[in-house]
Structures are given as structure tokens and as C-alpha cells.
Design a protein around this ligand. Structure first.
Ligand SMILES: Nc1ncnc2c1ncn2[C@@H]1O[C@H](COP(=O)(O)OP(=O)(O)OP(=O)(O)O)[C@@H](O)[C@H]1O
Ligand SMILES: [Mg+2]
Length: 366
């Protein structure tokens, strides 16, 4: 069975490409999204997210490549595709003197839902999106967050299988974002497949099953969130908590050839963060050396890579670039010195430190 007729595959694109004259807005996009999953489509402004979504919604034709939605080729049966796909644009549009229920009724009619069924359907979508209280409000008087709810309600009117939500979290406050994430998960649990775009990165991490990172029209990474994060990990970020002597350990880590950017912001709690370039074995060696050096290690762990870090790495910006930029922007005072008062508890025992030809590999003798 090919993906095209596999009922478990909701969306498949093959070499999808869009050019506007000289500009290639989207190049060779290959996606496979199983039914019932949430796909987080992440990219900076101008990356090609809206272009992709508009092609999938049938509003824009691709220059080349194809897209298959629930087994139907996008270039094929337009009426069936309209029924399959629900599209929420990034702009709400202007709907003068139209109440929420009228707005939903209007879209229901556009999707040929018989009049007798529309009232019930309006009740249902207002219930799912928790927007009943807006029913008689004029849409142009709604707040941004309210409009986003009504936008999703409208997208659900004809009960599509694939929802394309273009930046639905745009302009929402933190509470409204949490509500929206819950709604997205709830829709996936009901069997809907969702493509949700965002440039607000952590936004998607907690809600999506699959993530795609697009930059200048090209997909940089695509797959389950954990896999994507794992595949692009360059340096590990480590967190070390010691019972005493954190300043000495920070000093030693600073000289270690595999450790960089020792962050002492939490040194008062005995916590150090640093970047470590090495595999699992090297990480184990580092821990062994710390313990052999009589460092009282309370915990030692790798901090999972955030979507934010992944995104920056893939779009050619390193975390350090960002840190440098932030530091310049804020002209912030330097991180607390490792010799801050109260942190100088020397615990490293010289006799425990094994000889090492690289010198800096070992915790210093006190
Ligand atoms: N009608 C058009 N004519 C020419 N170029 C266009 C057109 N629409 C989009 N583009 C270009 O295609 C590229 C991708 O744009 P697109 O709107 O898909 O990005 P996006 O990822 O949705 O960005 P944003 O986060 O700002 O919404 C951009 O370089 C944009 O300038
Ligand atoms: Mg866009």
C-alpha cells in the first residue's frame, strides 16, 4: 500500500514548490502527516508557512510537486478537498455588522450545510471552542483572543478532517494560549489532523506530535519532536549541582577543553550550567573525574534541548549568537563572578584526582 491510499496518512506532500518570479517561497517540501496528529510548522517571518498553507487550502497553486489529502490529489476533486480541509487564515478579515452566529451561519452556508442543520452545528462549534457567550456579539467588536476562538469555530463548521491553522496563537495572552493549546489537543483526540504554524516556538513544543522547521522556503528538519531535537544537537547543555565548592568546580570546568560557557547564575544554589561537546562516554568520564576529584555531586544531568535552541541552530543562528545579541541589547551586568562571597567552599581533594596528561581534564587540587 502506498502512502497515497493509506487511510492512516492524512496529508502527504511530494516536492511541493512555489516560485514567485525570482523568489522561491517554498522548495521541495516533503511531508507525511498521519491522521489524528498535530504538526507544528515553525519558521521565521517569510519562511514559507503561509504559502504552504494556502496551497494546501486550495487558494494558491503550486509551481510544481503535489499534495495528497486523505487520498485525494490536491489537483483533483476540488469539492471533496473543500470538505476535507478547514483553513483559518492569519488575518480575520472585516465583517461589518455581523453577529457571531450570523458569521458562522454564513460560512456554514458557503460549505453547503443545509439551513436546518446549521443551527445545531453552530451550537456544537461554539460549545467545542467555549465561545457560546459570544453568540450575539458583533464580530468586529470582539477582542483578538475572542476572534481567534470564533476563527477556529468557523473552521470547524463543516467538520473537516484536516485543520490548517495559520499562526492561531498570534496576539493571544498567556492564558488564552494555554486554552488554545488545550483545544488543539482536544481536536486531535477527536481524530482531527492539525497543521499549526507559529513563530512563537515554545508554543508548539507542548502540543505537537510532529514538528517541521522551515527556513527560507526549505524544510530544515521534520519528524517527531524528540527526534528533531536529538538530530541537531551539537553541544549538550549540562546541569551540575554540587553540595559545596561550586566556585572551584566552575573554575575547573571553565578550563576543561570539552566544556564551554560555564553559567554561574545559580551558583548560590550550587548549580552550574555549561555546554559540553562530547558523547555519552565522554559525559560519563566527566562525571567520574568530578567524583574522583572529591566533588560532592548532588546531581548531574543533561538539560533537554529546547525547540528554541533547535530552531536557532537550524536557521543558522547559534544560542551563543543569541546570548551575545541579548547581552549587547541589554548591556546587562556580567554573570555573578565565580568568586562571589559565600561560594568559595573548597572540597576537592588532591589525592583523589588521577593524573591526566591534559592537565585541565582534572579537578584542581586544593
Ligand atoms: N504574492 C506574493 N508575491 C511575491 N512574493 C510573495 C508573495 N507571497 C509571499 N511571497 C514571498 O514568499 C516568501 C514566503 O512568504 P510566506 O508568507 O509564506 O511566509 P511566512 O512563513 O508565512 O511568514 P510570516 O511569519 O511573516 O507570516 C516571502 O519571501 C514572501 O515575500
Ligand atoms: Mg504567514
Amino acid at each position: 500500500m502506498t502512502d497515497s491510499d493509506n487511510p492512516e496518512i492524512m496529508l502527504k506532500t511530494v516536492g511541493l514548490t512555489k516560485r514567485y518570479g525570482e523568489i522561491t517561497a517554498l522548495e521541495d517540501l516533503n511531508l507525511t502527516i498521519p491522521r489524528g496528529q498535530v504538526f507544528g510548522y515553525v519558521g521565521h517571518n517569510g519562511a514559507g508557512k503561509t504559502t504552504t498553507i494556502r496551497i494546501l487550502a486550495g487558494l494558491l497553486s503550486a509551481t510544481s510537486g503535489k499534495a495528497i489529502i486523505a487520498g485525494t490529489d490536491l489537483a483533483g476533486d476540488r469539492d471533496r478537498l473543500k470538505q476535507l480541509v478547514g483553513y483559518m487564515p492569519d488575518e480575520f478579515g472585516v465583517y461589518d455588522q455581523m453577529r457571531v452566529w450570523e458569521y458562522l451561519d454564513f460560512f456554514g452556508a458557503a460549505f453547503k450545510i443545509p439551513r436546518r442543520d446549521r443551527k445545531k452545528r453552530i451550537d456544537e462549534v461554539l460549545d467545542i471552542t467555549e465561545a457560546e457567550y459570544m453568540r450575539d456579539r458583533f464580530v468586529d467588536t470582539l477582542s483578538k483572543g475572542m476572534k481567534q476562538k470564533v476563527g477556529i469555530a468557523r473552521t470547524l463548521m463543516h467538520d473537516p478532517q484536516l485543520l490548517l491553522l495559520d499562526e492561531p496563537a498570534n496576539g493571544l495572552d498567556p492564558r488564552a494560549r494555554i486554552e488554545q493549546r488545550n483545544l488543539i489537543r482536544q481536536l486531535a483526540d477527536r481524530g482531527k489532523t492539525l497543521l499549526v504554524s507559529s513563530h512563537i516556538l515554545p508554543e508548539l513544543a507542548s502540543v505537537c506530535d510532529l514538528v517541521g522547521i522551515i527556513h527560507q522556503g526549505r524544510m530544515q528538519a521534520f519528524g517527531p519532536l524528540e527526534e528533531v531535537l536529538g538530530s541537531i544537537r551539537r553541544d549538550r547543555v549540562m546541569e551540575l549541582k554540587v553540595n559545596a565548592g561550586a566556585a572551584t568546580v566552575a573554575d575547573w570546568l571553565g578550563k576543561h577543553p570539552s566544556c564551554r560557557h560555564v553559567d554561574t547564575a545559580d551558583i548560590k544554589m550550587g548549580i552550574l550550567h555549561f555546554r559540553f561537546s562530547g558523547d555519552d562516554a565522554a559525559q560519563a568520564d566527566l562525571l567520574r573525574k568530578l567524583i574522583a576529584g572529591n566533588v560532592r555531586v548532588a546531581s548531574f544531568r543533561e538539560v533537554p534541548l529546547s525547540l528554541e535552541d533547535a530552531f536557532m541552530a537550524l536557521s543558522g543562528m547559534t544560542t551563543e549568537d543569541q546570548e551575545d545579541a541579548e547581552a549587547e541589547d541589554a548591556a546587562a551586568p556580567a554573570a555573578p563572578s565565580v568568586s562571589a562571597p559565600g561560594t568559595q567552599v573548597a572540597t576537592l581533594e588532591p589525592e583523589a584526582a588521577p593524573a591526566d596528561p591534559q592537565g585541565a581534564e582534572e579537578p584542581p587540587a586544593q
